[in-house]
Design a binder for this molecule. Structure first.
Ligand code: SF4
Length: 381
């Protein structure tokens, strides 16, 4: 019997208690009634995709948002029921949660339902910074959730942190990181703030670099993160992600490795058999359409071989272990050298890329300027 292809499933919960000031994700506050209506639509959509999912071996499931933890237990239960036949003990099953929406009861329910990884959005351990970000919680709220999560049996917890925030100093950032590490989480995602259009931060700070940490301070925060997490035994396995050994996010690693993934729910993205698409992103159209069994796939693009090669490089090089030359040739029936020989030679000369045992990976310096390096892998038509 031939082996099934692997699949990651992403389930989008587009609700939050309140929109954070920097957030441009597809998420908004909603009444319990709207949430229920959405779950009606989402569960119908899952039913429609069951045959497709059955063609695969599901390796990871990720409930993201938004804030999946705003959902009431009975709503989440309805979604899980639909996915039940695809859940097994071998998988990594993650739920994202934000302090201010979590309770011990919910955490115990997650654990009982098969979630074995919890990703908590903290962003900062500094009260002033949390307020400015528009977060609904304090550090104390987070701490209580963290303790409850451990007591509920979660042994794999990620904490999200942000740097380069307005008014943040190297000291306040370091304090946040140190406070969080005292809790000994298995995984840390450490991102720099990006001011996105359409957010309150964009109105307040766009073009006002004087109100943001300067480049040197930002770099210092970045270098501190790298150094401190290494000292504490976390391995950086992707540009912004650090984990204790064996606790790398398998779901995210599968994105970066080009595994197929199916995004269910509002605006969720998928990559299935070389075709990329997004689900309808208007809430009413989504819910109505899903309940009527309509196809809600939008912006369908069949990736050309050129685009697939570019993605292979962009995504693969985000991982610290880089890409394997053999994998490239077996996937595309052409040698890596033939396509990217000149680019690789140039980047190696510049000290941005290195080769190690049949693999190509970014150097320390290359990671620091990864955006520039990765753009070199765009191929002309
Ligand atoms: S909790 Fe997360 S998804 Fe929700 S508004 Fe804040 S940043 Fe956005």
């Amino acid at each position: 019997m031939s082996k099934k292809r692997e699949l990651g499933i992403y389930v989008h919960i587009p609700f939050c208690i309140k929109k954070c000031n920097y957030c441009d994700f597809l998420s908004a506050p909603a009444t319990k009634q709207v949430q229920k209506y959405y779950v009606d639509g989402l569960t119908e959509q899952i039913k429609q995709y069951k045959n497709l999912i059955r063609e695969y071996e599901v390796r990871t499931i990720f409930f993201g948002g938004g804030t999946p933890s705003v959902l009431e237990i009975k709503e989440l239960e309805r979604i899980i029921e639909q996915l039940e036949e695809f859940i097994n003990d071998e998988q990594e099953i993650t739920i994202e949660a934000n302090p201010g929406t979590l309770t011990k009861e919910k955490l115990m329910f997650y654990k009982k339902s098969g979630f074995n990884r919890l990703s908590i959005g903290l962003q900062s351990a500094n009260e002033k910074e949390l307020k400015l970000l528009g977060r609904i919680h304090t550090y104390e709220d987070f701490l209580q959730n963290y303790i409850d999560a451990r007591e509920s049996g979660f042994e794999n917890i990620n904490i999200d942190l942000m740097s380069a925030l307005p008014g943040q100093t190297k000291d306040t950032y370091e304090e946040s990181l140190k406070k969080v590490l005292m809790l000994d989480p298995e995984h840390i995602s450490a991102y720099s703030l990006i001011i996105e259009e359409g957010t309150k931060f964009y109105d307040w700070y766009y073009g006002r670099e004087d109100l943001l940490p300067d480049e040197d301070t930002e770099r210092e925060m970045y270098y501190f993160t790298k150094k401190y997490l290494k000292e504490k035994g976390y391995q950086r396995y992707e540009i912004s992600n650090y984990a204790k050994q064996g606790f790398e996010s398998r779901h995210n690693l599968s994105y970066w490795s080009g595994t197929d993934y199916l995004g269910l729910g509002l605006g969720a993205s998928s990559l299935i058999k070389g075709t990329r698409f997004q689900m309808e992103s208007d809430l009413e159209t989504f819910c109505q359409g899903a309940l009527q069994g309509k196809n809600l796939e939008r912006d369908k693009i069949e990736l050309t071989k050129r685009e697939q090669m570019e993605e292979f490089m962009f995504l693969g090089l985000r991982k610290m272990e880089g890409i394997e030359e053999r994998e490239f040739s077996s996937q595309f029936q052409v040698e890596l050298e033939e396509i990217y020989g000149a680019v690789l030679e140039k980047l190696i000369d510049e000290g941005l890329i290195k080769k190690r045992q049949n693999r190509v990976l970014l150097t320390e310096y290359g990671i620091d300027v990864s955006n520039v390096v990765l753009s070199e892998f765009l191929l002309s038509e």
